[in-house]
Design a protein around this ligand. Structure first.
Ligand SMILES: C[S@@+](CC[C@H](N)C(=O)[O-])C[C@H]1O[C@@H](n2cnc3c(N)ncnc32)[C@H](O)[C@@H]1O
Length: 235
């Protein structure tokens, strides 16, 4: 599958489940996703009036948390599936919130060099192929010392979880997702992307190779998800 076919497929999946996305997220993670995103934004570094980019922002749950925590900042919420952004719009229209919704591809960011304080990406990086192009763009737009904060599913390789987790991921989750969203492919696609994604230590190495420094990462909920943080080197 070439680059643009992949993009069309991903945007098609997310357009078809946009209406159910929040419900499915909360339901299938037993509400844990809310806590995971709150943990993610603890690592964001920005000044009071800074700019944070929420990449692959989807229905804006991370953007909302960012604005709640730092009411003065500007949030650039960027995603290439418009129905996802539209679905989330109401969540961020509280008093004074400064949010800019942008339909764009994470591999070609429409922002100038060194203009962003921090970038968040929750459950998005595994959808972007090739990831290197996104890293390159993120480094370009970040200010020196700016952070990339990633929240993503683990690979379920920890022995204690492997059996249950893989069964849940490959059987239960696609079934529930299919019944509710009526999209045959979307949740099998999710399981496939999680399985094909690097383990936490490999992802950290990948970030290092892409040029990030001071990388750290840790699991949440026994490794169901991981947070990875890296910094753009100072000039
Ligand atoms: C699983 S959702 C995550 C949404 C949100 N960040 C959250 O925490 O729920 C993944 C999102 O990534 C977006 N996406 C996938 N590939 C992308 C790309 N190349 N550029 C921008 N957005 C992309 C999809 O449209 C989708 O909204």
């Amino acid at each position: 599958m070439n680059r643009s076919q992949h993009s069309k497929l991903v945007a098609g999946y997310f357009s078809s489940i946009a209406g159910w996305y929040d419900f499915l997220n909360h339901f299938l993670s037993f509400g844990q996703d809310i806590y995971w995103r709150k943990r993610l934004i603890r690592h964001v570094r920005t000044s009071d009036k800074g700019i944070v980019m929420d990449l692959a922002a989807g229905t804006l749950d991370v953007s909302k948390e960012l604005l709640k925590k730092n009411p003065e900042i500007k949030v650039l919420a960027l995603d290439y599936t418009l129905p996802m952004l539209v679905r989330g719009k109401d969540k961020v229209e509280f008093a004074g919130s400064k949010i800019f919704l942008t339909q764009a591809d994470g591999r070609t960011l429409p922002m100038p060099d060194k203009s962003i304080d921090s970038v968040t990406i929750a459950f998005g990086i595994r959808n972007i192929v090739p990831r290197d192009e996104a890293y390159k763009e993120i480094i370009r737009v970040l200010k020196p010392g700016g952070r990339l904060c990633i929240l993503e599913f683990g690979t379920g390789k920890r022995r204690i979880w492997r059996g249950v987790y893989n069964f849940y991921l490959t059987k239960i989750l696609p079934l529930i997702g299919r019944l509710i969203s009526r999209d045959k492919g979307a949740y099998s696609y999710l399981a496939d992307t999680i399985k094909g994604f690097p383990a936490s230590d490999e992802l950290a190495l990948e970030m290092k190779r892409a040029g990030f420094s001071r990388i750290f990462y840790y699991p949440l909920s026994s490794g169901i998800v991981y947070i990875h943080v890296g910094e753009k080197k100072q000039d």
